[in-house]
Each structure stands twice: as C-alpha cells, then as structure tokens.
Design a protein around this ligand. Sequence first.
Ligand code: ATP
Length: 303
Amino acid sequence: MPSSEPIVEARGLSKRYGTVRALEGLDLHIRRGEVYGFLGPNGAGKTTTLRILAGLVRPTSGSALVVGHRPGSPGSLARTGWLIETPNFYPYLSGYDNLLALARSCGLDRRRIGPALDTVELTSRARDRYGTYSLGMKQRLAVAAALLKEPDLFVLDEPTNGLDPQGMADMRELIRRLAVGQRTVLFASHLLGEVEQICTRIGVIQHGRLIAEGTIDELRGGVRRLWIRAQPVDRAGQVLERMLGADAVAHVDGRFVLRAGSERAAEINRELVLAGVAVSEVRAAERSLEDVFLELTGGEGGL
Ligand code: ATP
C-alpha cells in the first residue's frame, strides 16, 4: 500500500537548453510504495526530469528531493536504482561476473547477486557472456545490478523501448515484481497501454508541464455514466433522483443518463424493480483512458 510519505518531491522544475524550454515549472509528488507512470509524448520532458532527479542535469530553476536527499547526492544514490542510461557492462564477462565486479567495486554483499538474478529471471543464462545477451536480457541485467543496492526507489526511463513484444511483456512483469513492500517504482513511457497495465498512479507531462495526475480511476473520474431505459419514466425518475440526487440524473433521448459508475448498476436496477419500474436496459458508458488522454493532450501523437 502506498503511504502518504513522499519519496520524490519536485517543485517548480524548469530546464532550458539554449532556446528550448524542456521543462516549465514541473511539480512531482511521488509517494512511497506506488508504481508511478510518467506518461507523455516524445519530447515532453520525461528524460530531462529523470536526469534532474538522478543529478545528471541541473535544473535552470526549481528544486527536488529524492529519498529525502538532494538529487545525485550519496544519500539519494545509495537508496535509488536507476535505469536511465544505456547500461555499461563488460561484454567478455558473464552476467554473473559483471555483477560480481560491480558488487566488489561498490562494497555490496555478493550474496545479493543470486536473488537479484532470480528476480530478473536470468539465473539460467548468468554464466553466459554479456556480449551474447539480447537487448531484453541486457536491460534485465541492468535491473539486477540496481537490485544489488536493495533500493527504496527504482527509476526507469522507457524500459521497454526497442524490445520485441515478448521482451516488453517480460519487462512489464518485472516492473510489477520490483514494486514489493514499500518500494517505489517511477518509470517514464510514451505508451498509454503500458502505463495503464502497470501503474497505481499516473502523471501526464506535455510541453514540460504536468497536465494531469491521478489513479486511472481518478483520471477517468467525473466521466463515468450509466445509461438506463425504464418505464414508467416518471416513477423511474423519482427513484433515481432519490438514490443519486437530482443533479446526477438526466433524461435524454428516451433514456436516463446517470452520473454513477458501473459498480452501482445492480443496486439501481434492484431499487427500480422494487418500485414497480420495468428496466429494459442498463449500460455503463465509461470513456476509455485513451479518450481522456487524447482530450488532455489535444490529440498529440505518441500516447
Ligand atoms: P522522448 O520520449 O523522445 O525521450 P522526453 O519526454 O524524454 O522525450 P526530453 O528528452 O526530456 O523529452 O526532451 C525535452 C525537450 O528538450 C525536447 O525538445 C528535446 O529536444 C530537448 N532536449 C533534451 N535534451 C537536450 C540537450 N541536451 N540539448 C538540447 N535540447 C535538449
């Protein structure tokens, strides 16, 4: 369960590259334990934001805290696993030996290597040379390397980019597995379907600004509707207004349009029938998340 304690806090982040305004006053509040999808079209500013959080890029203005520390400081790096650059491993060493070299150089317990390889499902290929790995395996080894730190926060930039459909599915499954206990995962993607499948909360970025944030239900919220056909209309209207309030009930083109979600459909049907109303149709008319995003981003491609 996510707690209300923030693990990433950014306020008013702006970044200019010459005349390019990559970020314009971005705020982020990511809570411990959530899988947060940072969603936006190409060029929206996702990578710039993650690079600022990693301490690789300085913001032009604004500030951020990562696991309670300044971005890039030893305190934040020790508690965070990053997959935002192309991983660098020795091609002639095996996956296992690469992790061993890393554990030695960083003073990390080598007993963590086995479980990390298990988590990313590379145990059976761990003795093969890194140079022989597929892109998906290379990505998963990079996740295993980050796991050696047992981080509180994982940050991944477009982790499925360039992978084939099976590799993408494996990576999505791995991201779900990473989010155990109070561990937080923040990942950037331009793929709506991917974010929808994995995340507990989503932030939508466009032109360097956060334009929407919430759970999938919250982002769809306010647009949930039930359509009902029922006779006699007067009696049905009275029952529905009593249950939902007059504001939530409209009668349009011979049917009721109710501001209510599908979870109330059975209860509404029961009350109508008990009141002697004949119900001929009950239908949920929920907008897809895709519709919501197309409206938010003005139909800009990439989502
Ligand atoms: P993508 O999904 O394509 O990676 P993104 O959302 O990650 O996009 P960024 O890479 O953060 O977006 O880029 C935001 C804007 O800043 C873009 O207009 C990009 O061209 C510009 N930009 C990013 N890095 C630099 C740089 N080092 N120098 C100049 N402009 C840059």
